[in-house]
Structure formats: C-alpha cells, structure tokens
Write a protein that binds this ligand. Structure first.
Ligand SMILES: [Zn+2]
Length: 148
C-alpha cells in the first residue's frame, strides 16, 4: 500500500486522478472536477463488521443445533434439529424439498459467513499490522479527496 499507484483513484466520469485517503464514516468522496461519487465511507469499521460476522457464525451454529422442529411420523412426535429434519425429508422421499432446504437453510448461510470471514480476517489483520503508508511522489494532477 505504500506505492503511489495504490493510493490513486481515477474518476470514471472525467478521468481526473485523485490521491485516495481514508473517507470518514458516512462521508462521500466526490470528484473535484465533475462532482461524481468516487467512494463512500463505511459506517462500521472492519473490526465491527468482523465482530458481527463472528456473532452471525455463533448464532448459525446455535440455530442448526437447536431443536426447531417437531416431526410427527406414524403417530409419534419427536423434536429435531434442522439437519435432522432435512435428513428425515430425504429418507421420506421428499428429496427435492430436502435439497432446497439444505441449500437455503444450511449451505447458503454457512457459505455467506465463511466468505465474509475469508475476506474480513486478512483485512483486519493487515490493518493492524501495517504501518502508515507515506507517499511523497504523487503525480501533479492528483489532488486530495474532498469529503462531505
Ligand atoms: Zn470527475
């Protein structure tokens, strides 16, 4: 991140290069020439988003291991977790229902949480371990980003 190219952003509308800097929470960075939006500051930090994702993972693990359903078969009722209910649906011949339920209730949330963690953990680790970058050789056309 210490290279000059890494700290520049070019306006999609007019092509003017700007030196990129941190954009505050809720702020909008705009082009100084054409007023196009170049970027927005996130209201939550990377650490906050990571903490929420870890909490989502914990809630997911609790949800898939908790007895959410009551399965009634041949007069008997039994509490079941969601994976158990999907297994019962599969064994009962409702394979399409089992597959759709497994994809939407088990695989998709797990993949969403996993890929968020896959992106956020290196971002959070890099943010903590890297030293502040200084660049002194910025092009003459580059200006600082105005934020509103
Ligand atoms: Zn522009």
């Amino acid at each position: 991140m210490s290279r000059v190219e890494d700290s520049l952003v070019v306006c999609d509308q007019c092509g003017l290069a700007h030196r990129w800097g941190p954009v505050g929470p809720g702020a909008v960075a705009r082009c100084t020439r054409c007023d196009a939006v170049l970027g927005r500051g996130h209201r939550l930090s990377i650490g906050s988003i990571l903490a929420l994702t870890v909490a989502a993972g914990a809630a997911y693990l609790v949800a898939i291991n908790a007895s959410l359903l009551t399965i009634t078969l041949r007069g008997g009722a039994d509490d079941a977790t969601l994976p158990e209910a999907i297994g019962v649906a599969w064994q009962g011949g409702q394979k399409l229902v089992a597959v759709v339920a497994a994809l939407t209730a088990l695989v998709a949330p797990a993949a969403f949480i996993f890929f968020r963690l896959y992106v956020l953990i290196p971002l959070a680790a890099n943010r903590r371990s890297s030293s502040p970058a200084t660049s002194s050789a910025a092009p003459e056309t580059a200006g600082t980003l105005p934020t509103r």
